[in-house]
Design a protein around this ligand. Structure first.
Ligand code: ACO
Length: 425
């Protein structure tokens, strides 16, 4: 028998059907609540609201599980790569060899930017915030492709590859633009990450040498960021997409949401925090005292959903040791990060609040080690997250959901009359 939850509100009673997810998550369907009782739910920050059903990513925040289309992130990190995971997220299954080849060819064929993009880049100041430029340029891409909102599956597959590929080129060009360097055309024969590194770091007249340990490290970072269900930026993509805004416009909005220091921008804050501790001659203990006095945050710690280790942080912690050893970088910031983590994990402030390292705690150290400047960290997060945003936009489009339109509890003045200017105080 179908389960229901009965809610009594004053004289009225409403029966709400229970929806159960495949991993046992339960939610009761409140869609008739307002019509039948006059009440709405009040859930600031939406921590108790299931805004959609989704078959893409599963997180169990208490156990520290993260799975894409059922496959644990640990297996994907060990056996797969970013492009395969992008395909898995967007198309719902691991690609066959032929499907993978076709997808890679599509990525290669769509890597170059129309020459008009360079004119737009040239109009930005060199110290433009990279995330502002990224969002603007993804919208610029939409000026060159207006078909994706209503397109068929084939058009969508092309648009998805175009957006994933061009976002990577745009990311590299933002670095070139802010560093006043000439743009390097993509090489369609190179794999995704190697192509990115070449466009970032080639110098005129020299052949850029792609190091396997560097491409592997960056591939892992992209893979670990590829999707994370209904976080702030993904919910933004869905919100914008619910108005039937096109894929580019929706993902450009996601970039803006990701930019904030409490979300994707935390990877920049982590490095700045470690730098402040290092350069200011502060000890990890002294910094944590300030955190506990609520003067500063311990960036890279805490998560709305994980009340246990973020599994991505575990993978990156192990990887940071290996990457730094392989490329021969000794970074004192890594020692500070380790110290902060060790102290925080046994300190009651963090233990009682279930605050553990999140993905941003170690990603910046790896990116810094492979030569990515700090102000580009969140851009790289966005490049990694693009497949997730695209998958979530598609899932919503295919379900033809209603436009998202939350309610509010109004707390402003009750009806009052307009005062002419001479009577105002
Ligand atoms: N440092 C210090 N205190 C913290 C931290 C932190 N990083 N995170 C949470 N707390 C405290 C809160 O102030 C709150 O304290 P209180 O009970 O005394 O009021 C308590 O822990 C509980 O906070 P939550 O409800 O778990 O936090 P919330 O869900 O509102 O926020 C967030 C989650 C934004 C991630 C928060 O933990 C934070 O600001 N972390 C630092 C920024 C960061 O690393 N963000 C990246 C998140 S991962 C991602 O987006 C890719």
């Amino acid at each position: 028998m179908a389960r229901v939850v009965t809610l009594n509100v004053g004289e009225k009673s409403v029966e709400m059907p229970v929806t159960e997810g495949t991993e046992g998550e339960l939610g009761f369907d409140i869609t008739k609540l307002r019509a039948e009782t006059g009440y709405v739910t009040y859930d600031p920050a939406l921590g108790n609201t299931g805004a959609c059903k989704s078959a893409i990513t599963f997180i169990d925040g208490d156990k520290g599980y993260l799975r894409h289309r059922g496959i644990p992130i640990e297996q994907l990190a060990e056996k797969s790569d970013f492009i395969e995971v992008a395909y898995l997220l967007i198309f719902g299954k691991l690609p066959t060899a032929d499907e993978r080849k076709k997808f890679s060819q599509r990525l290669g064929a769509n890597a170059a930017l129309d020459p008009a993009f360079k004119k737009v880049f040239e109009s930005f100041p060199h110290d433009a915030a990279p995330m502002a430029a990224l969002s603007a340029m993804i919208n610029t891409a939409s000026c060159f492709d207006s078909t994706v909102a209503d397109g068929d599956d084939e058009q969508f597959a092309e648009a998805a590859a175009r957006l994933i590929s061009k976002t990577r080129t745009i990311g590299a060009y933002i670095y070139r633009m802010t560093n006043k360097l000439p743009y390097v055309e993509p090489d369609p024969k190179l794999p995704y990450v190697a192509n990115f590194l070449r466009m970032m770091f080639s110098t005129p007249g020299t052949q850029y040498e792609v190091h396997k340990e560097v491409t592997d490290a960056l591939d892992l970072i992209f893979l670990l960021h590829a999707d994370h269900e209904q976080n702030c930026s993904t919910s933004t993509v869905r919100m914008v997409g619910s108005s039937k805004a096109n894929l580019y416009a929706s993902c450009a909005a996601g970039v803006c949401a990701l930019w904030g220091p409490l979300h994707g921008g935390a990877n920049v804050e982590v490095l700045e925090m470690l730098d402040v501790i290092h350069k200011g001659g502060m000890t990890a203990e002294q910094y944590l005292e300030q955190v506990k006095e609520k003067k500063v945050l311990l960036y890279g710690f805490g998560h709305r959903v994980y009340k246990n280790f973020d599994p991505r942080a575990k993978i990156l912690k192990e990887s940071s040791d290996k990457v730094l050893a392989k490329i021969g970088v000794k970074d004192p910031l890594l020692d500070i990060a380790r110290k902060l983590e060790a102290l925080a994990l046994k300190d009651s402030y963090f233990v009682d609040r279930k605050l553990y390292p999140n993905v941003d705690f170690y990603s910046g150290i790896i990116m810094k080690a492979i030569g990515i400047p700090v102000n580009m960290f969140t851009v790289l997060f966005a490049i990694g997250r693009m497949p997730g945003w695209i998958a979530q936009w598609k899932e919503q489009r295919d379900e033809n959901v209603r436009i998202a339109r939350p309610r509010q509890i109004y707390t402003g003045p009750t009806k009052s009359d307009y005062l002419p200017v001479e009577k105002r105080k």
